[in-house]
Design a binder for this molecule. Structure first.
Ligand code: GDP
Ligand code: MN
Length: 420
């Protein structure tokens, strides 16, 4: 789960990471009042669940796709700035009046960045924070290193740009250290990182402390990533976090009640929100036109690959899990047909603990309860196959049957192309 920057920075600050003073605003008048409180020189930052805001651009809803194309085609000439004529989603303001104007220009608009996709994101809040005079920008993050099964600290003296770009152009500029989660972060790690990044004396000490505070925040919030980009040295020698991103592991939300309450469903895909509400876990919306109902994450991946191999595009990833309740199948289909781009549905079930007859019953129930306008291709094997076949036959339901996955994928692509 993602949270907004203004929430992430408060979380980091609670654990001792220095951040500029600031507060969130929903209206230009609020932004003006906060700017006055902070002494007038502030930065006004669009709050959306995507990065690249500084280099993004604000447009009306109807212009997001065209702007996204421009950004992708010619980022150097179309990206935004913090000040000047090509202004983006992060703006410097030198007075409360300028802060109000900046907020008015950002709020209610769509921010398009390389990371938002062609739909952009509607901005409902801005963070108004003390302006920082930046001497140098760095990158610092902690993520879970799945292969090593430990947290991994990544840092770079090439801050302020996306780490993927640094990894591509200048991989040696990134330093990495794995942390044994049992032993926790040892103080030498921060000192060593500081030295590798070229920090000296008091700043090395400040950086070391910041790394420790960031690790405490990471651990305490069950985060899958915390990222500070940029971490900066100010012109008066302080080391502070100028941006903050925190992703919380969804599997920990049951014990992270306070963080769970920060969830902003407006920022999430509406189909994924609907899936969650209907108890259809592991649903991820994609851009194609073939809806997929599959049991098992591996089989779901293989199904998507096979659809692509057959020349089609999956409309979603869905691992329906071990289903022993037909209503779960109905709910999955309900979510899938909510997507207007879906032109065919492929049900691919390998019944192990999940029973084929229950899946078949679910599809039959769905055909009665829902308005299933698109063709359904079913490939069923495994436990209680004969019972499932019998149910389908008796129901008289019109489905396209396939025995093998490759055949099922071809039939689904054909059905989708015929319907499209
Ligand atoms: P992002 O583009 O979504 O990652 O948003 P950031 O919070 O990282 O802001 C983008 C860029 O704006 C940063 O890399 C900084 O260069 C710049 N920036 C943000 N806040 C300040 C500030 O207080 N003072 C100055 N001079 N630059 C800032
Ligand atoms: Mn940033």
């Amino acid at each position: 789960m993602k949270i907004h920057e203004y929430q992430a920075r408060d979380l980091l600050a609670q654990h001792g990471v220095p951040v500029p003073r600031g507060r969130v605003a929903a209206t230009p008048a609020e932004a003006r009042a906060i700017a006055a409180e902070l002494g007038g020189r502030v930065v006004v930052k669009a709050q959306i669940h995507a990065g690249g805001r500084g280099k993004g651009r604000l447009v009306a809803r109807d212009d997001t796709a065209a702007m996204f194309q421009r950004l992708v085609a010619d980022p150097a000439n179309n990206s935004g700035q913090v000040k000047g004529d090509r202004i983006g989603g992060v703006r410097l303001a030198d007075s409360p009046a300028e802060a109000e104007a900046a907020a008015a220009a950002i709020l209610g608009k769509h921010l398009v960045s390389i990371q938002t996709g062609p739909e952009g994101k509607l901005v409902k809040h801005v963070l108004v924070a003390e302006q920082t005079d930046v001497a140098k920008e760095y990158y610092l993050a902690i993520i879970i290193d799945g292969a090593a099964a430990t947290p991994l600290i990544m840092a770079s003296s090439e801050g302020g740009q996306e780490i993927e770009v640094v990894a591509h152009n200048n991989p040696d500029a990134i330093v990495r250290v794995n942390v044994n989660p049992g032993a926790g972060l040892q103080p030498y790690v921060g000192r060593r990182l500081a030295a590798q990044l070229g920090f000296k004396d008091d700043q090395a000490a400040q950086f070391g402390k910041l790394v420790e505070a960031l690790y405490r925040a990471f651990e305490a919030s069950d985060a899958s990533m915390v990222e500070v980009n940029p971490l900066v040295v100010t012109t008066d020698g302080r080391v502070i976090a100028l941006d903050a991103k925190v992703n919380v592991d969804d599997n920990a939300l049951f014990r992270q009640k306070e963080l769970a309450s920060l969830r902003d469903k407006d920022e999430e895909d509406p189909l994924e929100v609907m899936a969650g509400e209907l108890g259809v876990a592991n649903f991820i919306k994609l851009d194609g036109n073939i809806g997929c109902v599959v049991n098992g994450a591996g089989l779901a991946m293989a199904t998507m690959d096979t659809i692509k191999l057959a020349g089609g595009e999956p409309a979603n990833f869905l691992d329906i899990g071990t289903v022993n309740d037909p209503q779960r199948v109905v709910n999955a289909l309900k979510v899938i047909i909510e997507d207007p781009s879906v032109k065919a549905i492929l049900v691919n079930i390998f019944g192990g603990m999940a029973r084929v007859d229950i899946i078949a019953q679910g599809v039959i129930d769905a055909s009665k309860q829902l308005d299933l306008k698109v063709p359904v291709v079913m490939r069923l094997v495994g436990t209680n196959l004969a019972e499932g076949e019998k149910l389908l036959e008796e129901s008289g339901l019109q489905v396209i049957r396939a025995r093998e996955l490759a055949d099922a994928a071809r039939k689904a692509v054909e059905a989708a192309n015929t319907a499209a």
